[in-house]
Every structure is written in structure tokens, then in C-alpha cells.
Design a protein around this ligand. Structure first.
Ligand code: AMP
Ligand code: MG
Length: 664
């Protein structure tokens, strides 16, 4: 850990920050294409050498060379049914009225038996499915087409129909011929390919070596998942997602864990990784934070060192691409969405090429952008978006969680680009959404608005009925605006109209309808044991606290239903903390629980989850708005009927919500 306390530490921090800001950083920001070109020119994007693995270990590996079958498959002509091998010419004229009699040879050709006797004219040999066709025979008849001849003479069969030449015979090499190329290099070996390789008799296979990719996370604040989270700690999510993505793209991740922002420790870790691995991926430590040191280390690991530091890309500007000791070193930005985005753009192509895999297939869909998206001129911006079924064409709903979000990348269906030369994309313009991951279609139902754990439960019940719903949390007003723009099917909302004192309905346009949800108790939250709340109700506590200069509140964002409630409670007052306006109940509860604020307004279920004290204010209405002309669409209809079912209402009551009449 770096020293973080005392006047000297502060001075040191400020000096480093201003030095970083003035000179070292991003002197030469290049375009995305220029960055990719430099990286490709310095680092060969070609398959690694081959290695031999046993067939049993070949699943998921990539063939390094074409495979020609060393034998015929099947290796001999064989019977395809249980019956008798014979000469087809002996069967001419056979019928039920005039069956043909054939003498039986004293041999039974079970599987694995090599024939000793030839089939002479007028004879047949009993043969099992898979048995070797004996010399002389050219056809097989099914046992069902024959009768054992009666009488005391030598064993014989009577045949009641004609056999055509080649009937029920599988010829040698008909499946795979000796010397035939049966699999091509670059093929990923699945269970099906394993079957073919085994049938050719191959016990070992030549495959492309997997590139060993070191994965390191840097930052004093990082904590490994599974460990307790200290104050100011952040779980290392980049390490896990990068390692998994390396595997998904044919590499062999070597997880090296978390390294602190300590120059000697980080340098030792990078040097160790370089000697042991083919590629080194770090995340964090490229931006202007004074503790971020990795780019300085890269400059002294060997020629040519840093290839690119700073790409005119959003998200992902601080990306650093380097080469030392003949190997690629990539420092991804620390913010998870930036890290994953730049990983997919720059690292995935390299790992796939090293692993012998073809480039990732890029699939794109045209979608309409429902609202204007502004963008910085001179920087190519990629916007993560979710697909929703629009009225006419699919709609791309931008996920505005920012590059610090883990879920923006994980929950997006894809991304679209805003070119560097444009300052934005207008509402209604078409964008081309490049898909990421395996998700291939828009969800059946898109719900945008305010979050509630009761809605989480409903989405779970819908999934059990085969309806895939996507939820995007942007707050009540954002959800309603999104519904009016036709981006989503449902807006989840709790907006109080101060004039009428009614919830939600006053905000709808004539084309919209409201489905009644449930009531959520809103109240003042505080840390248990805070004497300022003892013996007071919510109104009394608030009126005392707004006059107490030591009491800090936490507010909510404009446009949220809770904010309207808080405005009513404050009645024009602006106590300390008024401008701290997070966007969710959880953020309010966390601020109070962690002591950054003393009170705020949140719903009871959240207060309970954080172990906070709670003074009830009002029972707010959490409802669902939808467009009337779409109510018959199957997924929306399923939602509306599920919402009204008694079992659903009982489940919601069990979660602590107030259930009222369901009629709007
Ligand atoms: P940095 O690039 O090191 O300045 O980090 C930028 C932001 O990303 C900071 O908020 C970090 O806490 C966060 N961050 C860095 N590394 C990781 C990681 N491995 N997992 C999750 N968040 C990270
Ligand atoms: Mg850092």
C-alpha cells in the first residue's frame, strides 16, 4: 500500500498527479485503426506451433493440420442387416410361390469374425449386421425374407424374393476413404470430430498450442472475490472476466492475481509473466491516478516497448499496447466496461490468431436509435446497447451506466459506433448494432424504469412461463419517457403528482394504460442508535434535522418518485447533503449505513437489507404503464395476466409489499 496519510503524503500525491497530468500521459493519442495497425505490425497474429495430444484430451482444441483418413472406413465390405450373404444372381426368379433354395455354408459371420469359406453358387452364409462380406457374395438378404428349409437334408434356406446386387452391403471406404481429407486445419474439435478421428484409428492428434496468457489486475483497492470486502475495497472483476474470455477465445489463462500499485512489485510480476507466458494482460494503472505505474514499467522492459498509449476511443482511451522480449503486453483500462471493450477489440483477435481460430464472427443488426446520443468530436465512441422489439424495426436502447459498470458490457446485446467526425446521432436514425456474446434475439419483453425486488420476482415467474424479460433501470421518469418513445413494452414507475396527490396515472398520455402494481412503504432511514431519531416520527425527525448543521442528508435524483416525496418533506429547505443526489434506494441506504450521510428516504425493504432504522412516511404506488394498442401482444399480455393472478399477489405480499385492488 502507498502511504496515504499526513501532509507529506498529500504533497507527494499532488506532485505526482500534476506531473502525470502535465506530461507523461497520452502524448500521442492515436485512432483506433492506427492503434490496431501498429499492434499487428509489431506482433505477428499467426497460429502457434503444434503439439500432440491424446484423442481423449482433444476436445475443444484446434487442428493444426488437415487430417486425411489413414484407413478406409469401414475397412471392409460389411453387412448392413442380420441375414444371409449370397450371390444375387442365385436369387433371380425367386417369389413366394416359387422360393429359391440355397445351401448354408458351415460358418457364422458374427462381428469380428474373418470369413474362411467362400460363398459358392447356390449357397449362402449366415451373417450379422457389421459382419465381413465373404468372398463370392455380393448381396445380403434379411433374415425376415427367408425360411429355414424343412426336411432331413443338409441345412438350407428358402428365399421368397429377388436380391439386387449390393443390397444391404456397406462397401469399404464408403464412409471415409483412405487418403481422403476428412477434417481441415483450424477446425475446433467437438464431440462429432472426436468420433471421426476415433473411427480413423487416430489415438493422438496434432493441435495448435494454446497461447499462455498471463492475467494480472493492478490496484491497491482490489480484493479477490471470496475475500471479505474492507472499507474502500473493490472486488477484482477484471481478472475473472479477462481469464474467462481468454479461455472462450482459445487461450490458456494464467491467473496471476492482484498486484498493488507498487512499482517494484509490479515490475517483478510483469517480468515473471513475460518469461512464462506468450501474452501478458494487465488491467488498471493506465490512467492518470498518481499511483498508476504500469506504463512506466513497460517503457523499460525492452525494445520496442510501448507501441500505443492512448487511443481515440470511448470507452477505452487509456489503453496501452506494448511489446517486449518479443511478446505482447496489453494494459487494459481499469474500468470494467472499458477493459472488456478494449479486450474484445484488440486482444481477442490476437489470442484467436495465436490459437489458430478464425476471426470472431461479427454479426450485426440494424436498429433504430430512439433518442439523440451526443458524442465527443474527434473520438470514436462505442455505445453499449440492448435490443428491444420496436413497433416497426428493432430499437437499440443505449445502456447509460458508464464505463465503470460491469453490467453494461455483460447485459448489452451489442454496441454501435459514433464516428469520430460526428458530434452525435439523431433520434430516429438507424445504427448498426454489432452483437457481442451468444445472445441472438431481442427479449420478448423490455421493462424500463424504477427498480423493485417485487418486479425481480415477477420477471422470475415470467421466465418459468417461457417469457424472457429484460429490465433496464433508469428511474421512473426515464422509464416513462422510454415508453413514450416506443423503446420498451412497460415502464415501471412510482411518480407522485404533487397537485393531485395521486401516483402515476396523472403522468400518462391518452395512448397509455396503467396496470396496478403494489404499494411500497417509503420512509426516513437512519443508523440505528442515532439519538436524533429517538421517539420522533418521520415528519418531526426531518423538521428537527433540517435545522441541525451537523446533520447531513442524502437526496435523490430529480425525476425519481422518491425525490418528489423528499421535496414535499423538505418544504423548500436545503440542508447539508441536498446536492448529493444518487439514483437508487440502495445508494441512499449505503451512504447512511457507511456514515457519509445521516439520513435519507428509501423504501422499507432496502432499509431492512442494510440494517437501518426506518420511520414510515407514505405508502407509494409502484405501477406499470404500457401502450394500450400493444396490450394484446403475447409477452405483454402474459405479464398483465400474471400480475393480476392471486398467487402472484400473495407472493408479493410475502415480500412485504402492500397489495391493493388490481383494477386501474
Ligand atoms: P485505473 O485504470 O487503475 O485508474 O482504474 C480505473 C477504475 O477501474 C478504478 O475505479 C478502479 O477501482 C477500477 N478497477 C481497476 N481495476 C479493476 C479490476 N481489476 N476490477 C474491477 N475494477 C477495477
Ligand atoms: Mg488503479
Amino acid at each position: 500500500m502507498n502511504r496515504t496519510e499526513g501532509p507529506e503524503a498529500t504533497e507527494d500525491f499532488l506532485a505526482r498527479l500534476s506531473r502525470a497530468a502535465r506530461q507523461e500521459q497520452f502524448l500521442h493519442v492515436v485512432s483506433r485503426d492506427e492503434a490496431a495497425a501498429r499492434f499487428r505490425a509489431a506482433i505477428p497474429h499467426a497460429a502457434m506451433l503444434a503439439e500432440t495430444v491424446p484423442l481423449a484430451a482433444a476436445l475443444g482444441r484446434v487442428l493444426s493440420a488437415d487430417i486425411a483418413s489413414p484407413i478406409d472406413v469401414p475397412p471392409f465390405d460389411r453387412a448392413l442387416v442380420d441375414g444371409f450373404a449370397l450371390r444375387s444372381s442365385d436369387t433371380l426368379g425367386a417369389s413366394q410361390a416359387e422360393p429359391r433354395r440355397l445351401g448354408l455354408n458351415h460358418e457364422i459371420l458374427a462381428c469380428g469374425v474373418a470369413p474362411r469359406l467362400a460363398v459358392a453358387p447356390g449357397t449362402a452364409t449366415a451373417i450379422a449386421t457389421g459382419g465381413v462380406i465373404p468372398r463370392g457374395a455380393d448381396a445380403v438378404v434379411m433374415v425376415e425374407a427367408t425360411e429355414l428349409a424343412s426336411g432331413d437334408g443338409p441345412l438350407a434356406i428358402d428365399l421368397d424374393r429377388v436380391a439386387s446386387p449390393g443390397q444391404f452391403v456397406g462397401y469399404a471406404g464408403s464412409d471415409m476413404a483412405r487418403g481422403e481429407t476428412v477434417l481441415r486445419r483450424g477446425t475446433v474439435i467437438s464431440a462429432r470430430e472426436i468420433g471421426m478421428l476415433a473411427a480413423c484409428g487416430l489415438g493422438t492428434i496434432e493441435v495448435v498450442r494454446r497461447p499462455r496468457v498471463a492475467v494480472l489486475s493492478t490496484g491497491d483497492e482490489l480484493v479477490a472475490p471470496g475475500e471479505p470486502l474492507p472499507a474502500a475495497g473493490i472486488y477484482d472483476s477484471n481478472g475473472a472476466i479477462v481469464a474467462a474470455s481468454v479461455t472462450e477465445n482459445g487461450g490458456d489463462p494464467v491467473p496471476l492475481g492482484i498486484v498493488a500499485d507498487d512499482e517494484p512489485a509490479l515490475e517483478a510480476a510483469i517480468r515473471g509473466a513475460l518469461s512464462d507466458c506468450n501474452v501478458v494482460i494487465l488491467s488498471g494503472g493506465t490512467s492518470k491516478g498518481a499511483g498508476d505505474v504500469s506504463h512506466r514499467i513497460l517503457a523499460r522492459l525492452g525494445e520496442p516497448g510501448i507501441l500505443v498509449h492512448g487511443v481515440a476511443l470511448k470507452p477505452g482511451k487509456p489503453l496501452c499496447l506494448a511489446k517486449a522480449q518479443g511478446k505482447a503486453i496489453v494494459v487494459l483500462p481499469g474500468f470494467p466496461t472499458s477493459a472488456m471493450f478494449t479486450f474484445h477489440e484488440f486482444v481477442v483477435p490476437l489470442i484467436r490468431a495465436l490459437a489458430g481460430l478464425p476471426p470472431r464472427e461479427e454479426e450485426s443488426v440494424d436498429a433504430v436509435l430512439p433518442q439523440r446520443m451526443a458524442s465527443e468530436l474527434g473520438r470514436m465512441e462505442f455505445v453499449m446497447a440492448s435490443l428491444s422489439r420496436g413497433r416497426e424495426a428493432p430499437v437499440a436502447v443505449p445502456l447509460s451506466k458508464g464505463s465503470g459498470s460491469v453490467t453494461a458490457f455483460s447485459q448489452a446485446d451489442g454496441f454501435f459506433a459514433i464516428p469520430a467526425a460526428r458530434s452525435g446521432i439523431e433520434a430516429g436514425e438507424r445504427v448498426s448494432l454489432t452483437r457481442i456474446g451468444a445472445r441472438t434475439r431481442a427479449p420478448d419483453l423490455t421493462i424500463v424504469g424504477s427498480h423493485c425486488i417485487g418486479l425481480d420476482a415477477i420477471v422470475g415467474l415470467l421466465a418459468e412461463r417461457g417469457v424472457r424479460a429484460r429490465t433496464i433501470w433508469v428511474g421512473s421518469s426515464g422509464g416513462l419517457a422510454s415508453l413514450k418513445r416506443g423503446e420498451c413494452d412497460i415502464a415501471s414507475m412510482h411518480l407522485l403528482d404533487p397537485k393531485t396527490g395521486r401516483y402515476n396515472a396523472p403522468f400518462l398520455t391518452p395512448a397509455l394504460r396503467l396496470a396496478k402494481g403494489w404499494g411500497r412503504m417509503q420512509g426516513v432511514v437512519f443508523r440505528p442508535g442515532d439519538g436524533r431519531f429517538a421517539g420522533r416520527d418521520a415528519a418531526e425527525a426531518v423538521s428537527a434535522l433540517v435545522r441541525d448543521p451537523d446533520a447531513i442528508m442524502v437526496n435523490r435524483n430529480t425525476g425519481s418518485g422518491t425525490r418528489l416525496l423528499i421535496d414535499g418533506v423538505l418544504n423548500g429547505a436545503r440542508p447539508a447533503g441536498f446536492w448529493n443526489q444518487p439514483r437508487s434506494h440502495n445508494a441512499v441506504a449505503a451512504a447512511v449505513a457507511q456514515g457519509r450521510a445521516d439520513w435519507g428516504v428509501a423504501i422499507e425493504s432496502v432499509a431492512r437489507a442494510y440494517g437501518l432504522g426506518f420511520l414510515p412516511l407514505t405508502d407509494e404506488h409502484y405501477d406499470f404503464a404500457y401502450a394500450e394498442d400493444r396490450a394484446q401482444e403475447p409477452a405483454l399480455a402474459a405479464f398483465l395476466s400474471l400480475l393480476a393472478e392471486p398467487e402472484t399477489r400473495a407472493a408479493l405480499a410475502g415480500l412485504g409489499f402492500a397489495i391493493r385492488d388490481t383494477t386501474p
